[in-house]
Design a binder for this molecule. Structure first.
Ligand code: SF4
Length: 332
């Protein structure tokens, strides 16, 4: 899944959480939040991770940043293995790797002014004089659509959308190559969501930033993504460029997810397929294909053998989006 233009390569990433054993009870199996996930992101590309809550998409994104420490696997940024870096080396590498959180308010220090919040990463890396940092902060504010005088305000004086703009300005401060966007618009009003998504797209076009975009809103994903990876119970079950995924999904789980997306034309309503049952526990995932307990197409082999994520079509050029389609299903 890599090409000459590849920025990030994640290979067989796992994050298993061990749960403490209670006195006199048997040891509990680990929770397999992420279990062998592989994908790549090209420079200037948006790859979205989608799936039900609890599917492992946020844990995958945080593992890439090492905000949670992966259990095993490999995460390479421009060929450098991030999982073998010590704390100081990783701190320095984070200059290229930033994150925007779902709740901008919780991620902004309420005691710092907006200008100081955005200047903080520059200070931490010892970049520029005080006057140069001030100038850069003003420039960053203009880039994210905030007025220059807003540098003096505090986080509680901003609206939700403005606070997310502030979070984006802080993430942009160090000229990152990749920004992990963890549900960045799901806490915002619908009208504000569109503005923030369009801002992210404009910034990508101007600065060539790549996004690893975690979301559950498929309308937003369709708007912003070049490629989409669908996750189910800690596994990736389908990866494709946006057009292919939304027009010709192959994995039964993807078909069910997409059937729930509202259709713009009410005269041709899509047939909604209901997902049966609750997701199984990641501490005790089903054998074989993890989706077999809920899949309308399941056959006996699905219980026995785990289907590999295999390429259905592959286009090895460097244009965005790459035309490719990977599916983990015995029959699709
Ligand atoms: Fe369904 Fe079987 Fe395909 Fe899994 S492998 S998605 S259970 S048909």
């Amino acid at each position: 899944m890599s090409s000459k233009n590849t920025l990030l390569v994640v290979d067989q990433l796992k994050k298993h959480y061990t749960t403490p054993r209670k006195w006199l009870s048997k040891s509990r199996p680990p929770i397999q939040a992420v279990d062998g996930v592989s994908f790549s992101v090209a420079r200037g590309e948006t790859l979205s991770l989608v799936g039900e809550s609890g599917c492992g998409k946020t844990t995958t994104a945080k593992s890439v940043m090492r905000l949670v420490e992966p259990t095993s696997g490999s995460v390479k940024l421009e060929g450098e293995e991030l999982l073998s870096l010590d704390n100081e080396q990783m701190r320095l590498r984070r200059r290229d790797l930033q994150i925007i959180f779902q709740d901008p308010y919780a991620s902004l220090n309420p005691r710092l002014s907006a200008g100081d919040i955005v200047a903080e990463p520059l200070k931490n890396f010892g970049l520029g004089s005080s006057a140069e940092r001030k100038e850069r902060v003003q420039w960053l504010f203009s880039k994210v659509g905030l007025r220059p005088e807003a540098t003096k305000k505090y986080p509680h004086e901003f609206s939700g959308g403005q606070r997310q703009r502030l979070g984006i300005a802080r993430a942009l401060a160090l000229n990152p190559k990749l920004i992990v966007c963890d549900e960045p618009v799901s806490a915002l009003d619908v009208s504000v969501q569109a503005q923030v998504v369009n801002l992210l797209m404009d910034l990508q076009e101007e600065f060539g930033i790549a996004y690893l975009f975690v979301a559950h809103d498929l309308a937003v994903v369709r708007h912003i993504s070049h490629r989409v990876a669908v996750m189910y119970l800690g596994h990736i079950v389908e990866v494709a460029d946006r057009e292919t995924l939304f027009s010709a999904p192959r994995h039964p789980y993807t078909e069910i997810l997409l059937s729930a997306v509202p259709v713009p034309n009410p005269r041709t309503p899509a047939k909604r397929i209901l997902l049966q049952g609750d997701p199984p526990s990641p501490a005790n995932p089903p054998s074989g294909c993890r989706f077999h307990t809920r899949c309308p197409l399941a056959q006996p082999i699905c219980k026995e053998q785990q289907p590999a994520l295999t390429a259905r079509t592959l286009d090895d050029d460097d244009s965005l989006p790459r035309r490719e389609h990977w599916v983990a299903c015995h029959f699709r």
